[in-house]
Design a protein around this ligand. Sequence first.
Ligand code: AP5
Ligand code: MG
Length: 183
Amino acid sequence: MNFLIMGPPGAGKGTQAKILAEKYNFMHLSTGDMLRHEIDNKSEIGLKAKNYMNQGFLVPDDVLLSIMENTLTSLKGIGIILDGFPRTIPQAEGLEEIFQKLDLQIDYVINVHVDKDILINRLTNRAKNSGRSDDTKEIIINRQKVYSELTEPLIQFYKDQLLTINGDGTVEEVTQRILEKIQ
Ligand code: AP5
Ligand code: MG
């Protein structure tokens, strides 16, 4: 089975994806984590991605699509949960092509919804020890703006498959809501 988990910065995509991956024995693929790893390794991709990420902008679609094509090809057959990808319409279209090529399908698209003010609070709290260079108030606000402009249209793109979950509540409550929708 293959899942996508979407939602604005701080919605809890990473938190919930990790729990679901453990429960269902899936591979959790967070493009944010993958890119941060590339930056730590000072790879060519990392060098390209760094400036975009530090300012809260999206890394270009072609970079992400090439990472995802390689990763999904090498994982073919293993259940995955994609966290933070796709994030634009061209990425979603590219993902469809990759899935078609690999004869895979998306089974569930989970959209975690949380109000803006709660998100800013969560991320400014996380900033105290996350070490993430994009967890400053100004950049958090830019990440939200980028989400509204480029990622939110995916709600319409996936409208026939979308399971929208209220992401406000404890981590356990949110997990429970997801499990109720997918079972
Ligand atoms: P990415 O790493 O994906 O960051 P993001 O979308 O901004 O989201 P976060 O990881 O900050 O939040 P989350 O929803 O995972 O929430 P979390 O579980 O951490 O992307 C970073 C950057 O990489 C992008 O800006 C872009 O530059 C680049 N990038 C990545 N993917 C890309 C793509 N496809 N295309 C182009 N560029 C891409 O939770 C947040 C905090 O809240 C934590 O402290 C957590 O403990 C807490 N929390 C979680 N759930 C709850 C709860 N229920 N109640 C209270 N607190 C909670
Ligand atoms: Mg995350």
